[in-house]
Design a protein around this ligand. Structure first.
Ligand SMILES: [Zn+2]
Length: 57
């Protein structure tokens, strides 16, 4: 028996006000993180998210 795995999409978010960093996870490949507002868990700032290009590793 092999182990099993599910692919999760994990967004790395940085607050533009206080530079606090947190993550948001989704199991849906087509999840559009730019479609809704988010609140910074640290300072409470409410804002949209601009998704940047993927980092090539
Ligand atoms: Zn903040």
């Amino acid at each position: 028996m092999s182990f099993t795995a599910h692919l999760e999409y994990l967004f790395h978010i940085t607050c533009s006000e206080c530079k606090f960093y947190w993550t948001y996870a989704s199991m849906a490949k087509n999840f559009d993180i730019e479609k809704r507002d988010f609140h910074c868990p640290n300072c409470g700032q409410k804002n949209r998210i601009k998704l940047e290009d993927e980092i090539n590793v």
